[in-house]
Design a binder for this molecule. Sequence first.
Ligand code: ZN
Length: 199
Amino acid sequence: MKDTTHAFVAVAAAMAAGAPSPGGIMPAVLGSWLPDTDTPYSMAWAAGAVWLAAARLPASLKPALKAGKVEATIVVVAYLALALLGRHRGFTHSLAGFAAAAGSYILIFGFQALLPFGVGYFSHLLLDAMTPAGVPLYWPSAQRFGFPLVRTGGFVEYLIRNVAFAAAFALAFVKSPLWPQVREAMPVFIHDLMQMFRK
Ligand SMILES: [Zn+2]
């Protein structure tokens, strides 16, 4: 499936699962893009680069992170190597890939925003499982799991993407610090609007 579909579904799912906005948006998108680091010319490469950079940045540049952990770098490099050297939809699209990504996330960021990251990653596996190719959930076993409902780039994918975009936007807005202000101003706004029409 396409990068945008994965990103919108990930944000919508993460917000529905209770992640805050805007804090949960980036981890959700990052999680949803990492599995496709095994695909050439994908937006996922940007996610992979961010991932590697986060693991490698010196401690002084990332005081909020569990900085400079050698273990994090090893896990991220191993993850990216398995992604780039293996076939598409291999290791990164399995429970082992999910565990490695979550493990390195905890090593780098601790437990902050782990929920949206995990939900984002898992939503990617679920979405890809809906295409005819399926996913090798129990890698290194080659057996693929899935329920073929959606063709990549087909009508159903666009439908899923657009519905997810609307849901992600609405949920992120309602959970953002902006929403209480808008809600408070709403009665006054409606009152003024009605006054305008009455004249
Ligand atoms: Zn994928």
